[in-house]
Design a protein around this ligand. Structure first.
Ligand code: PEP
Ligand code: MG
Length: 582
């Protein structure tokens, strides 16, 4: 039985199915005598302290072993435990109802998450899931249960959806793949699986429950197909592919330290996307030639007020210095849309993705941007830095932002504060910006194409809504034409054109993107080796042929088929055969 979902982390896996059921946040209630209450409060305190320690060490481990983006998820969890309102309420329940700490915690958290879920905001729904995840952690400590999941042999995990803790808590090397009934491309399972380099499929639907525990299943993270009953021949083929994949990954990591150059000598820069300055070491370890997107809004998350100028300056300077002269593109805070910052955006908007988001904060929150611009201009004195504006819909936005930047620069000059000469770039992620790329290119130094939003806006599909995830394909001919038009306009104007949306990490799309003339791909650090390998297997002439052919196609399915077939030939054949076919 074959199930089709959304492949969110590339690669294949074959192995026994492990059907994973999330533990419900329900615990038995125990009544306490009055004299037992102090001891119960103490027990709660201890469980909270141990959980905080555990989260701290988990965060540190993930930051060095996996990625800063993943570590940030658990940093946010630790932050939730520091919320005095939450802890006070649990303590109050223990006292007033004279019940055990487990029950009080489950009740309070249940109350909070139910309220968050009524907000119908994806960010808030994600917060609810995060809060439940943290509560489970505390419960485990209260009940003395072991937090690590015991897996004796490598398995493929099948689940409804996985919490970040579940995903990160499986012992290293024991998970061959993840397959979930729910979730979208930007779910935590997807982010974690990609960062860990584990093949994954989400959005498979209830069919996953038909799986028999322990039977061999195959999972293809590239095509999004999970086979619950593969034949012996299919199993053997997947085993071969899995072995090849492991060998390839090992050699790719070594090769990724060199620049990516096509077989006919064209250099394509491969940079890293990071969420926090700590991500730089990770990026360099995986072979990044620079930072193509620093999502600075992460500095604003999970706190009560925005980071000040000095804190931001130090963060940006740290990135610039760590990258030692390599290209660093820092995006001004892309707040709004799915990234709500409750202390800044207090008003609920009916359509946040179409509302006050990204650079549009200029209108109404200019001081926030001015502070960030001061920090960025100061950091630019320490090395190459490009400032990138998100959510630009046309020339007026860009001009207004540039004016503000000039004012900030003037003030810094007057204060005799050293500043550098940062390059100024525009994220092309709104269809109108792609359509006006020619005009925009005359007034900026670089473009970076944000396909996550460009696809969502072009195809009118909310990127956080799993119901429309199957319609949201950045290789849809409409999106592809906008990408092509943007690259053409940028290159004609002589500015640098890169891409930092998820499409850049889609191996099957890389030949088309290189063929269209993209000069830089910025991806999550763990994706760098494979992207560099594909570039090395291409010739520019062949890539151009594929790109031209792709632009002639009529549906996303046809483009996907061409992309998949191209990748197949690259994977199957060494460089010289590919060059032959060009
Ligand atoms: C994008 O939209 O493609 C992008 C890179 O920005 P983000 O995913 O942070 O919105
Ligand atoms: Mg975007």
């Amino acid at each position: 039985m074959k199930l089709k979902g959304l492949g969110v982390s590339a690669g294949v896996a074959v192995g026994p199915a492990r059907v994973w059921h999330n533990t419900p946040l329900r615990v038995p209630q125990r009544s306490l005598l009055l004299e037992q209450i102090e001891a119960e409060l103490e027990r709660l305190d201890q469980a909270l302290a141990v959980t905080r320690d555990e989260l701290r060490s988990l965060t540190e481990r993930l930051r060095t072993d996996v990625s800063a983006e993943v570590a940030a998820i658990f940093e946010a969890h630790a932050e939730m435990l520091n919320d005095p309102a939450l802890v006070d309420e649990v303590q109050a329940q223990i006292r007033s109802l004279q019940v055990n700490a487990e029950h009080a915690l489950a009740e309070v958290v249940g109350h909070y998450t139910a309220a968050l879920r009524t907000l119908e905001d994806e960010y808030m729904r994600q917060r609810a899931a995060d809060l439940e995840d943290v509560a489970q952690r505390v419960l485990r400590h209260l009940e003395g249960r072991d937090a690590t999941h015991q897996l004796e042999t490598p398995v493929i995990i099948l689940a409804d959806d996985l919490t970040p803790s579940d995903t990160a808590q499986f012992p290293a090397g024991m998970v061959l793949g993840f397959a979930t009934a729910g979730g979208g491309a930007t779910s935590h399972t997807a982010i974690l699986a990609r960062a860990l380099g584990i093949p994954a499929i989400v959005g498979l639907g209830d069919g996953v429950w038909q799986a028999q525990e322990g039977t061999i299943v195959t999972l293809d993270g590239d095509t999004g197909v999970l086979d619950l009953a593969p034949s012996a021949a299919e199993i053997a083929a997947f085993e071969r592919k899995q072995l090849e994949q492991q060998q390839r990954q090992a050699s790719e990591r070594t090769a990724a330290q060199a620049p990516a150059i096509t077989a006919d000598g064209v250099r394509v820069e491969v940079l890293a996307n990071i969420a926090l300055p700590g991500g730089c070491s990770d990026a360099l370890r995986w072979g990044a030639e620079g930072i193509g997107l620093f999502r600075t809004e992460f500095l604003f998350l999970d706190r009560r007020e925005p980071p000040g100028e000095e804190e931001q300056y130090l963060a940006y300077r740290q990135v610039v210095e760590h990258m030692q002269g390599r290209r660093v593109l820092i995006r001004t805070a892309d707040i709004g849309g799915d990234k709500n910052i409750p202390y800044l955006l207090v008003e609920q908007e009916p359509n946040p993705f179409l509302g006050w988001r990204g650079s549009r904060l200029l209108w109404g929150m200019a001081p926030l941007l001015q502070t960030q611009m001061r920090a960025l201009l100061r950091a630019s004195a320490h090395g190459p830095l490009g400032i990138m504006f998100p959510m630009i819909s046309g020339l007026n936005d860009l001009r207004a932002l540039r004016r503000l930047l000039e004012e900030v620069r003037e003030t810094l000059h007057t204060e005799r504060t050293p500043v550098g000469q940062p390059a100024i770039g525009v994220m092309i992620e709104v269809p109108s910006a792609a359509l006006c790329a020619e005009q925009l290119a005359r007034e900026c130094d670089f473009f970076s194409i944000g396909t996550n939003d460009l696809a969502q806006y072009t195809l009118a599909c909310d990127r956080t809504n799993p119901r429309v995830a199957h319609l949201l394909d950045p290789l849809h001919p409409a999106v592809l034409r906008l990408i092509a038009q943007t690259i053409r306009a940028g290159r004609a104007a002589g500015i640098h054109v890169g891409m930092c949306g998820e499409l850049a990490a889609d191996l099957s799309a890389v030949p088309i993107l290189v063929g269209l003339g993209l000069q830089e791909l910025s991806v999550s650090p763990a994706s760098i080796p494979a992207v560099k390998r594909v570039i090395g297997q291409l010739t520019l002439a062949r890539a151009q042929g594929i790109a031209d052919a792709a632009l002639e196609l009529e549906t996303a399915e046809e483009v996907r088929a061409l992309a998949a077939a191209t990748l197949q030939t690259l994977t199957a054949s060494p460089i010289d055969e590919v060059a032959h076919g060009a």
